[in-house]
Design a protein around this ligand. Structure first.
Ligand code: DQA
Length: 140
């Protein structure tokens, strides 16, 4: 099984950014752990701060990968273009968030992506990504 973990804006700063909300671990060190935990899964990782590059990546992998675990960061709450890209591809997408977006400011309560994703996992820190990978494995 081939999965892409796709991270959007500011998630390159995990470990440094608002650590009370997002924790102390960098995504690179977490990704190394994940690869060990799921050695039977072909895991790929891509991060961009640019909406267009995220769309390009969805187009690139969205007809050949088995699943995409997508944390679109703040674009979750603003981007019709990303929602359209998810609708346009065949590969199922699971939306993830480290924080529980429903416990936070009201502008984070709406997601343009949830209606076009297979499901949404929020609030479990980095473990949200594990849960999404587990969901793809169970679904297989
Ligand atoms: C986030 C939640 C978003 O509201 C925020 O803009 C982020 C991170 C999360 O993982 O909790 O950048 O997607």
């Amino acid at each position: 099984m081939k999965l892409l973990i796709l991270n959007g804006p500011n998630l390159n700063l995990l470990g440094k950014r608002e650590v009370d909300i997002y924790g102390h671990q960098t995504f690179e060190s977490y990704f190394a752990q994940l690869k060990g935990d799921y050695s039977n899964v072909e895991l790929h990782y891509y991060q961009s701060n640019s909406e267009g590059l995220l769309i390009d990546k969805l187009h690139e992998v969205g007809f050949s990968y088995d699943g995409i675990v997508f944390n679109a960061g703040a674009y979750t709450h603003t981007s019709i273009a990303l929602a359209d890209a998810i609708s346009a591809i065949n590969t199922p997408v699971i939306e993830v968030h480290l924080s529980n977006i429903y416990k936070r400011e009201t502008f984070r309560h709406h997601s343009y992506l949830s209606p076009v994703c297979m499901g949404c996992i929020a609030g479990f820190g980095l473990y949200s990504y594990n849960l999404a990978i587990e969901a793809f494995i169970k679904k297989q």
